[in-house]
Design a protein around this ligand. Structure first.
Ligand SMILES: [Zn+2]
Length: 407
């Protein structure tokens, strides 16, 4: 049993309040927390860990959306507009896959851990990162992804998907959970999506999908026009949208789904996502680099849709640190009061992300997983602590996962 003493505890519950001179008592789960003196009196035999002055303990960060298989991208893909980027992904896919060696993927995971991400959702197109995700001390929700729009290939694609999903199931343990991803409304045939979502409902699996990331996607699904019209003509002269945006959202009824991006989602689509209990995963750096715009936060909040925050992959980012992502988000929404937004982002990066991934973590309270990070913030005071963390935090001094010190 460990008793961790810090100057500040930020439990990241909805109040985003702060406990001064506190201590957290835990083994694999959190047993108690509160005033440091009271915890010492109540648990005198627990092994004390005293963090340096100015330290803040908070839940480990949770990244709900990352593509580790594209971790070798550095200067290869075209940024600035969505469809040209997608074309560059297709053109360089094999080379990027080859370059994504075990060492590259392990370093990408290590970079997340080093910056305090203790759990992540890996979107897996091919299964290249499976071993690294099973072997990391971090918690992983492994989203086996389904993609493909050719009706004549539906059976082959679905069988391949089921095989990869089974491969993930076989590796499940206390920190590694299988889940599934439907790539997007423009790329995945609704019959395939429906079959996979039947599995998700039956097995109670968490689901992820890209949704309304770009203006091109909006134009294509609404009217069969825009950049995607030219893109799909390269595959078939008779290409047409597979379903409407709203039809696509409704396919996910009865599942726990993270809708990633949502920058161009319409109000009726957001209404449906809210009613169905879905969340929106905000990836502001990816959206900036692919020229897809900025997610409007008010329509998300007005519908009480949980806002989650992810980095996406290095295919559309330069960092897998959620601190970097929060800093970018802070500057992407100048209309939201600064301190309010910092609290919202930190709550998203911890409690909201963990809840969306179905993890019993992301909040420091009795009974939750002891996934805890300590950030040393010299000169910290309790005034506006979330903002100062978002502005200055880089790497934790301590990282505990399931109560064990991992670095
Ligand atoms: Zn993505």
């Amino acid at each position: 049993m460990t008793r961790l003493h810090v100057d500040f505890i930020l439990p990241c519950d909805p109040s985003m309040g702060v406990i001064h001179h506190g201590a957290i008592v835990f083994d694999k789960t959190i047993l108690d927390l509160g005033d440091g003196g009271a915890m010492e009196a109540r648990y005198p035999d627990a092994t004390p860990v005293v963090a340096p002055k100015g330290s803040v303990a908070l839940p480990g960060l949770v990244n709900p959306h990352v593509h580790l298989e594209f971790s070798a991208n550095q200067g290869v893909l075209d940024f600035g507009a969505f469809v040209p980027w997608l074309q560059s992904v297709i053109a360089h896919r094999e080379a990027l896959q080859e370059a994504a060696t075990s060492a590259v993927i392990e370093e990408a995971i290590a970079s997340m851990l080093r910056t305090g991400t203790t759990a992540f959702g890996a979107i897996s197109s091919f299964g290249l990162e499976l071993d690294a995700c099973v072997n990391t001390p971090a918690r992983v929700v492994f989203f086996t992804e389904l993609l493909g729009s050719r009706p004549d290939a539906v059976d082959i694609l679905f069988n391949d998907f089921k095989q990869r999903l089974r491969g993930a199931y076989e590796r499940e343990n206390s920190r590694f959970k299988a889940a599934l991803s439907i790539h997007s409304p423009y790329s995945t045939h609704p019959i395939l999506a429906k079959n996979a979502l039947d599995i998700a409902r039956r097995e109670n699996l968490i689901v992820s999908t890209h949704f309304m990331e770009s203006k091109a996607e909006r134009l294509w699904l609404d009217a069969g026009k825009g950049d995607f019209a030219g893109f799909f003509k390269g595959f078939s002269p008779h290409a047409a949208p597979l379903c409407s945006g709203l039809e696509y959202v409704r396919l996910f009824q009865g599942t726990r789904t993270l809708f990633t991006h949502g920058v161009h989602a319409s109000f009726p689509e957001l209404d449906a996502i809210g009613t169905q209990g879905g969340s929106i995963t905000h990836c502001p750096v990816s959206n900036r680099l692919l020229g897809t715009g900025v997610l409007a936060l008010d329509p998300v909040f007005e519908r009480n849709i949980p806002l989650t925050l992810g980095t996406d992959g290095l295919s559309s980012n330069i960092s897998l640190s959620l601190w970097d992502e929060m800093r970018s988000a802070l500057f992407a929404h100048p209309d939201v009061p600064l301190n309010t937004l910092a609290k919202t982002l930190l709550h998203s990066a911890t409690a909201q992300n963990a809840k969306a991934l179905g993890l019993d973590a992301g909040v420091l309270e009795s009974g939750k997983a002891a996934d805890i990070i300590v950030m040393a913030l010299s000169g910290a005071t309790s005034a506006n602590l979330p903002l100062h963390l978002v502005l200055h935090a880089q790497t934790p001094s301590h990282i505990f996962i399931e109560g064990s010190l991992v670095c």
